[in-house]
Design a protein around this ligand. Structure first.
Ligand code: 13P
Ligand code: SF4
Length: 389
């Protein structure tokens, strides 16, 4: 079936994917996003996706989203691109255009193995950099270059070099929420999904009882509570998760005694200690899927509850909400424009990339657990000192 693409170029609809471009990237002149129209063709092609998001996207929003979703899906085919969407993406991105969705670890694993030539990172800049480091031959696009992270901006490569000089006998475990340069001067990376495993493995490899874990002081404290390894850390934090307080959890518990409370390990330890479950965004999603609680409260970024609720319609979600302003820079229009113009390409200095790859690869080479690991929330809170440099 032939249909008319924007500006009149003909594309061929195929039964499985919907579209394949008739002449590659230049076959259609794609208009400004505001000129994309919610017409009968768009309705026929993408309205089935609304069924999936109807509880988290209003009927008023859909006519604005649908033509951009349609254009992204068609451009994706033309460009041979895959879209990696983090769990904090808004529901219309996460559910309607994301090819692979998940937590930081899963997106890094997928980026290392992606077959497509173009990766669009629907996430923040350090995630796109990670994708580029792991797949240097690919074109990696991010819809907004300014999509940063308070953790990534809390530390520089020079800081890590100073730490290394001051503590040559201790391995440096660096959270993936950092720049390529910071990763390059580190010994191994971790995510919230494998942080305990990485700390224990590297302590064994280095035959040491002390590990440096940077730059998230709360993650470091939460990991220290799970292991006998001594940890030194850095004064960095996530601006989203640090806002949750123990009183918030107590109030939520009092208001919803029947709800299970899940936290992210970037939360302060006294918040995590009050929760029923703690883990990466992937671990939280897996918990809700496996346990099917009647009511759940996710102490994390706002879009997470929306996205998990789509998969788990029988669970009621109470939605305390802290938005990540960096994640929210990624929009459908931004994805469309990045793909249309092949712009906002992420580049990493090859020398830095090679060193950073070694730190990421050391993490990816560790055995993969069967299920996403979680933190035991019942542990005593451990005070973790900062490195002194
Ligand atoms: P995970 O998805 O790895 O749990 O990380 C959360 C986060 O804050 C990413 O920015
Ligand atoms: Fe960074 Fe926190 Fe935003 Fe994640 S949620 S990108 S850690 S600021």
């Amino acid at each position: 079936m032939d249909v008319i693409a924007p500006e009149g170029s003909t594309v061929t609809q195929t039964p499985d994917t919907g579209f394949s471009g008739s002449g590659g990237a230049s076959s259609a002149v794609w208009p400004d996003a505001s000129e994309l129209v919610y017409d009968d063709g768009v309705k026929a092609r993408v309205d089935h996706l609304y069924t999936r998001v109807k509880d988290v996207v209003t009927p008023m929003e859909w006519p604005q989203f649908a033509p951009v979703i349609d254009a992204i899906l068609r451009l994706k085919e033309e460009r041979g691109a895959t879209i990696l969407a983090h769990n904090y993406m808004t529901p219309e991105i996460f559910n309607c255009v994301g090819d692979i969705t998940g937590d930081s670890l899963k997106l890094a694993q997928v980026a290392a193995e992606a077959e497509e030539d173009v990766i669009v990172q629907a996430g923040v800049h350090f995630m796109a950099e990670t994708a580029k480091i792991l797949s240097p031959e690919k074109t990696v696009l991010i819809p907004d270059m300014e999509a940063g992270c308070s953790l990534a901006s809390s530390i520089t490569g020079a800081d890590v070099q100073r730490i290394k000089a001051a503590y040559p006998d201790y391995p440096i475990v660096t959270y993936v929420n950092t720049s390529a340069e910071v990763k390059a001067y580190s010994d191994i990376c971790c995510t919230s999904s494998n942080a305990v495993q990485v700390v224990e493995a590297v302590a064994q490899q280095w035959d040491t009882d002390t590990v440096i874990m940077i730059p998230d002081e709360y993650l470091a404290k939460n990991v220290a509570a799970q292991t006998g390894i001594k940890i030194l850390t850095w004064k960095g934090s996530c601006e989203v998760h640090e806002q949750f307080t123990p009183e918030d959890i107590d109030d939520l518990r009092a208001a919803h005694p029947d709800a299970v409370i899940l936290t992210h390990p970037e939360c302060p330890p006294d918040v995590m200690a009050r929760a029923d479950f703690a883990g990466s965004t992937g671990a939280m999603a897996a918990y809700v899927k496996d346990k099917a609680p009647s009511k759940a409260i996710l102490i994390t970024e706002c879009s997470m509850s929306d996205n998990v609720s789509v998969e788990n319609p029988d669970t009621v979600f109470v939605k305390p909400c802290n938005l990540c302003p960096h994640m929210k820079r990624i929009t459908l229009t931004g994805i469309y424009e990045a793909l249309r113009d092949m712009k906002h390409e992420v580049e990493v200095d090859p020398v830095i990339a090679q060193k950073a790859r070694a730190s990421l690869q050391a993490m990816l080479d560790l055995p993969k657990p069967d299920a996403p690991p979680h933190f035991d929330t019942g542990r005593d809170i451990i005070n973790v000192p900062y490195v002194s440099v």
